[in-house]
Design a protein around this ligand. Structure first.
Ligand SMILES: NC(=O)c1ccc[n+]([C@@H]2O[C@H](COP(=O)([O-])OP(=O)(O)OC[C@H]3O[C@@H](n4cnc5c(N)ncnc54)[C@H](OP(=O)(O)O)[C@@H]3O)[C@@H](O)[C@H]2O)c1
Length: 265
């Protein structure tokens, strides 16, 4: 891992989040990372950290082993078309972050049997807490382990079948927005019952973090932890049931399915 050279092609929002995660990993030398953008003015500061920046994608491919393509879905295939003659089957591993672009589509452009991965992180990558779902066209365990190691630098990873990649987009990437909207609603409720926005926000965000940590660490079903909080005839169950009467879980499930249908072709 430490000797591998990494290119991030299209270093925008997500590319930068991944870069920040990789830089936290002491086994990866900044000198082994090259990042590209057409207009590099916004990332010039990265040079101070020892990272190479460039607008030359071809050079980046030639100078790297693992190529993370963080381009938008609309131009990823076009850029890969320009780069394909520079891929080397004994050298390169390709990772695409583009939503909705299949391994088959990428493979058709690359037309070389290099390991190709799709990774679906979320924006919590910025704080090292992304859940990244990964799928691939390869049985090369070493390549899979390497790619997982990189994405473990920005949080946790799960390897899934490619057929579930759209579902991963909804639950993991869109999921961040659903949870943030839930948090906003709780803060609004907190203000109505007496807290100022800042205090309500501190209480809610830490409560949400604690609830998630309970499930992550104990691996119990949410209802098991809910049962511990719901005193018979108490205020928690009354509030929860009122939320359910108003379609709380149903709204969430319907929203998830609607997002899924929107990206399903
Ligand atoms: N945001 C999420 O939650 C999320 C989650 C999972 C996956 N994704 C996927 O991640 C990808 C990137 O998303 P993003 O939000 O990071 O987009 P973004 O901020 O727009 O980043 C894309 C970058 O690519 C650069 N670029 C465009 N054409 C280029 C070219 N020919 N050569 C080199 N660089 C080029 C752009 O900079 P210049 O214009 O300067 O070239 C831009 O900074 C998308 O495919 C998205 O579907 C996003």
């Amino acid at each position: 891992m430490e000797n591998k050279r990494i290119a991030i092609i299209g270093c925008g929002n997500l590319g930068l989040s991944i870069l920040n995660g990789l830089l936290e990993n002491s086994t990866i030398s900044p000198a082994n990372i090259i990042v590209t953008k057409r207009n590099t003015s916004s990332i010039v500061y990265l040079e101070e950290k020892g990272i190479r920046i460039s607008s030359d994608n071809v050079q980046a491919v030639k100078d790297s082993d693992v190529i993370i393509v963080a381009l938008k879905p609309y131009n990823i295939l076009e850029v890969l078309e320009e780069l394909k003659s520079h891929f080397n089957v004994d050298q390169h591993i390709l990772v695409s972050l583009a939503t909705g672009i299949s391994l088959k589509q990428i493979q058709a452009v690359v037309s070389l049997p290099i390991p190709i991965f799709r990774a679906m992180p979320n924006t919590a990558a910025d704080v090292g807490e992304s859940m990244t779902c990964i799928s691939s066209n390869t049985t090369n365990d070493e390549a899979t382990e390497l790619v997982q190691d990189y994405f473990n630098s920005i949080g946790e990873t799960i390897v899934i079948d490619e057929g579930l990649m759209d579902s991963a987009t909804v639950l993991g990437a869109c999921g961040i927005a659903y949870v943030l909207r839930f948090i906003r609603g709780m803060i609004q409720g907190g203000i109505e019952i007496g807290f100022d926005a800042k205090t309500a926000s501190a209480i809610v965000t830490h409560t949400v973090k604690g609830a998630a940590e309970l499930l992550i660490q104990r691996k119990e079903h949410p209802e098991y932890e809910i049962d511990k909080v719901t005193t018979p005839k108490g205020c928690t169950i009354a509030g929860l049931n009122e939320m359910e009467h108003n379609g709380f879980s149903s709204a969430l499930i319907k929203g998830i399915v609607t997002s899924y249908e929107k990206i399903e072709k």
